[in-house]
Design a protein around this ligand. Structure first.
Ligand code: GRG
Length: 317
């Protein structure tokens, strides 16, 4: 049933825990293959290793906010799981020595540390394709196929050169990671950094919200508002990530802090300091909540979206 703010029993912790349960069960089902064994073990290792499931929750919450007043989880769970697979594959590749060279993720050794670099690459590739297969195959026939096709296309766009991959390349560019030993870093200003964040992190987060609403046939106006809300939430999420890299510890974060500073990465904290980053987060929170309140997305019908924005900003890992 659709959660409402007027219903005083709405409790975000219970809400998130119920939906996480559904997401985990479904992910286990979609990953229950064993041929070739090592490949599926590697895929499972990274997808089923915890994680906040923020993107899947956003997808489900958006569907609940705009769908019919009955259970829409069956309609969007395949999409929510596909998003978590794409997210997990991006983490596997991001942790590789050729990229961020990280040893820990979600409190465990990274995929390539356990399975080797070649298998980590291949597990990422396989997850990317499995995500598409699941989205197309498992989305119930009740969902109009033209709508489904638009969702498949948007996922490709959010993931590829226009989205996550493009953002990662820009990020590495400005960090000097492609310089092959020469220092050739370019100057990063707020606009450039926002554009990196919008693609590298924001595109998949925005897609998560948009796809949930699209699958339940939200109208054009609602989809536009939700895209803007997604951009705000995505930017806020990444600025929080930049902050946590400075203020967090390995046990809470589940990954090594201080990596951004060590690699001289272009981050919000580097540009504007801790206080400047916190100030920007305040502004984004106000703007995001304002969109929910003023532009066709009533807080009363979408308390989970409201809480998810706050969670993205005030989280500790
Ligand atoms: C998509 C084809 C393809 C390749 C990947 C490596 C790469 C290209 C992109 C990097 C994308 C990336 C890792 C962005 C950072 C996003 C980010 C802050 C991730 C952390 O997300 P959380 O905190 O993680 O939601 P959990 O563990 O909670 O799921």
């Amino acid at each position: 049933m659709r959660p409402t703010a007027s219903n005083s029993t709405f409790n975000f912790k219970t809400y998130a825990s119920d939906r996480r349960g559904m997401i985990e069960t479904r992910l286990e089902k979609y990953l229950s293959h064993n041929e070739p064994q090592k490949l599926w073990d590697s895929m499972r290792y990274s997808v089923l290793s915890g994680g906040k499931r923020l993107r899947a929750l956003l997808c489900m919450a958006a569907a609940e906010a705009f769908g019919p007043n009955d259970d829409v989880s069956e309609l969007v769970l395949p999409c929510a799981c596909a998003i978590e697979m794409v997210h997990a594959m991006s983490l596997i590749h991001d942790d590789l020595p050729a990229m961020d060279n990280d040893d820990y993720r979600r409190g465990k050794p990274t995929n390539h540390k356990v399975f080797g670099e070649a298998m980590a690459l291949l597990a990422g590739d396989a997850l990317l394709m499995l995500a598409n297969e699941i989205l197309i195959d498992e989305t119930p026939a009740k969902v109009d196929r033209v709508i489904l096709l638009s969702v498949v296309k948007e996922l490709a766009r959010a993931t590829g050169a226009h989205g996550m991959v493009g953002g990662q390349v820009e990020d590495m560019n400005f960090t000097g990671a492609f310089d092959q030993g020469h220092t050739n870093k370019e100057f990063v200003d707020e606009d450039i950094l926002e554009s990196i964040h919008r693609r590298k992190t924001g595109a998949l987060i925005t897609f998560s919200l948009w796809s949930g609403a699209r699958l339940v046939e939200a109208n054009e106006r609602q989809l536009i508002d939700l895209k803007r809300f997604g951009e705000i939430l995505g930017l806020a999420f990444q600025i929080t990530d930049d902050l946590l890299d400075v203020t967090g510890d390995i046990n809470t974060l589940g990954k090594t802090p201080g990596k951004d500073e060590a690699s001289q990465k272009a981050t919000w904290v580097r540009l504007f300091g801790i206080d400047g980053s916190k100030q920007k987060l305040k502004e984004l929170e106000t703007e995001g909540l304002g969109i929910l309140e003023n532009n066709g997305i009533e807080i009363g019908s979408a308390p989970a979206l409201n809480e998810l924005l706050k969670y993205a900003i005030h989280r500790v890992n």
